[in-house]
Design a protein around this ligand. Sequence first.
Ligand code: COA
Length: 163
Amino acid sequence: MGKIAVYPGSFDPVTNGHCDLVQRGLRLFDKVIVAIASNGTKNPLFTIEERLEMLKETFKEMPGVEMDCFDGLLVNYVVKRGADAILRGLRAVSDFEYEFQMALMNRKLNKKVQTVFLMTGLRWIFISSSIIKEAAQFGGDTSGMVPDIVCEKLKEKFGASRP
Ligand code: COA
């Protein structure tokens, strides 16, 4: 059986930074499971179903990528899926502290589960789901930063008529 990575997150919504990381992950793993944590972000903009739909559309032509949702502890989900590692992206140094804390906590919870960090491509280094939502909320154009389907959904949520 090939190597499997679980790429967990809120994906509220998926960005081109996430896509870049999945592509990088596929160079190391045979399968990348993009897994939405259903108990993740406190006030999500998109429902789990909407986020799943956007992920499916984004990765529809990428064999080796699977989409799923999970409840509860990430390490338990990783074991349940028979995965070899957790995949996470690092952008700026500011990500490091939070990621380091999460990786160590996950290791404490299950020492067999490893976390693999990959650097996001330089052009996506400033993009986060939060900043995309912030821009879209005030009518900013997010095309080129998120998949087309996400751009459309953001316009639907916030209204396409804004300047
Ligand atoms: N400024 C700018 N952006 C911010 C921010 C801030 N202050 N705080 C958060 N964000 C961004 C994040 O960067 C992320 O954007 P991204 O998806 O583009 O990276 C987005 O807001 C959502 O962040 P967050 O809600 O923290 O979720 P996450 O996508 O980083 O994923 C999980 C976190 C789901 C992996 C983690 O919560 C988890 O594993 N949950 C399962 C429960 C569990 O096992 N917990 C124990 C593990 S320690």
